[in-house]
Design a protein around this ligand. Structure first.
Ligand code: PLP
Length: 443
């Protein structure tokens, strides 16, 4: 069965009677007028369609635990939606813990990941009652045990391992290979388990965690990853007399940014994952474990679009036409960071014939601030509303104030209604933390 991550556009996207693009029943040009641009727009129906697809696809494996990878896009409203959809949260910083906790999220349904968690963050994780901490390295094992001991608490942990699985995605978003900054190498597992069982008495090891990468289009890598984790579970259980029965297989399912992308459906990976679990339970004679999955991009990516207003343009002498917009690498770093490509549309003229090849440039002081290179579009005029699809994941969450450009607002749309979920930053907020020291005050 097809799922929303396999389409470029949110499920509610259509062209209305005025000839404009609408999402969630809201005309994008009207949203531009009402809230200003740049503006992130999130389609609630697409988000919920993805969470429900995950739930449905895995329903035959009741020990499955879905946790949304908050790093993809997190606000208090998103935490609420995830709670309503029966998802937990994967958190990876003090800021994400704080956001979840202050939104009223049940912290017993959250996990904490990351390769350099600080003393303060680990303390916060214990104090707020996060259910599992995925320990990444020897340094963290000792630090976490010390904190847990000082609080006289037992902390449940998973051990993040690098399973050595190669997936065909961009170098920067591969995480499960041996040469990775994340997790314990397979050769380090025994030493770590030995330390946990003999010295770190305030840590309780429950199982293993791996995350092999992001924007993955293949099923086999999940099958293989689960095989590696099960093999280690069996080996460690036998060698150390343990009964580890939890695995976390990470996130990574891809979405369709352009027509060249061919992502697979949630039902497809669910079938492969369940098959691999059943096969390996049989092979190693293990009880079916609790299995965490941490999708981020595939839950939120397709639901989000960013709209901009067209401003200046330039015809370069080599023939390339540049069209500048009122945002850029500060609201979407992905094209500059890893050559990400997007599908672009003019929201106020989606039916017009595509007549020119144009490069959409951001407003920042960097030549690399190009959001889309050589895309075919109708003639763009000043004031047109330019829509970038699939900006829901790793857009706002990686945004910055480069050039002291304000962070845009974000709205949630549904059934013709739009609600702010993040206010546009103000100049006062931008300079709020600036301090002029006394020593340079006087001329
Ligand atoms: C540990 C972990 N889990 C889950 C995710 C989410 O991945 P995705 O957004 O590709 O589903 C990430 C992303 O980097 C990650 O590092």
């Amino acid at each position: 069965m097809k799922t929303a991550n396999q389409d470029i556009m949110p499920i509610t996207r259509k062209i209305n009677t005025k000839g404009n693009v609408e999402i969630g029943g809201c005309d994008l040009t009207e949203l531009a007028n009402k809230y200003g641009t740049p503006l992130y727009i999130f389609d609630e129906a697409t988000i919920r369609s993805m969470t429900r697809s995950y739930k449905d696809a895995f329903k035959s494996y009741p020990k499955m635990k879905m946790v949304y990878a908050s790093k993809a896009f997190m606000t208090k409203a998103i935490c609420k939606i995830m709670a309503q959809e029966g998802f937990g949260l994967d958190l990876c910083s003090g800021g994400e813990i704080y956001t979840a906790d202050s939104s009223g999220f049940n912290m017993a349904e959250t996990l904490f990941n990351g390769n350099n968690k600080t003393f303060e963050e680990l303390t916060m994780a214990i104090d707020t009652g996060i259910s599992r901490i995925s320990v990444d390295n020897f340094y963290e094992l000792e630090l976490l045990n010390d904190i847990a001991k000082s609080k006289n608490k037992e902390v449940k942990i998973l051990m993040r391992i690098t399973p050595g699985i190669e997936c065909h995605t961009h170098e920067y978003i591969k995480t499960g290979t041996i040469d990775s900054k994340f997790g314990f190498d397979l050769t380090q597992i025994d030493e770590a388990v030995n330390l946990i069982t003999s010295e770190y008495k305030n840590l309780k090891l429950c199982g293993f965690h791996a995350h092999i990468g992001s924007q993955i289009f293949e099923k086999q890598v999940y099958y293989d990853e689960i095989g590696v984790i099960f093999k280690e579970i069996k080996r460690v259980n036998d060698k150390f007399g343990l009964n580890l029965n939890e695995i976390n297989i990470g996130g990574g399912l891809g979405i369709k940014y352009t027509n060249e992308d061919k992502p697979i459906s949630v039902y497809d990976i669910a079938e492969t994952i369940i098959k691999s679990i059943e096969y390996h339970c049989d092979k190693y004679n293990l009880e079916p474990p609790y299995v965490y999955i941490e999708p981020g991009r595939s839950i939120i990516g397709t639901s989000g679009v960013t709209i901009y207003t067209a401003g200046s343009s330039k015809q370069a002498s080599n023939g390339r036409r540049y069209q500048a917009i009122d945002g850029g690498m500060s609201d979407n770093i992905r094209p500059s960071l890893y050559q990400a490509e997007y599908t672009v549309e003019i929201a106020n003229k989606p039916n017009e014939t595509e007549q020119e090849i144009v490069t959409i440039a951001g407003k920042h002081c960097e030549s690399g601030d190009i959001l889309a290179k050589d895309v075919k579009l109708p003639i763009i005029e000043e004031g047109d509303v330019i829509c970038f699809y699939d900006t829901g994941a790793y857009g706002y969450s990686m945004s910055s104030n480069y050039n002291r450009v304000l962070k845009p607002a974000a709205v949630l749309v549904n059934n013709g209604k739009s609600d702010i979920i993040i206010n546009r930053q103000t100049y006062e907020e931008l300079t709020h933390n600036d301090v002029i020291p006394e020593s340079i005050m006087n001329d």
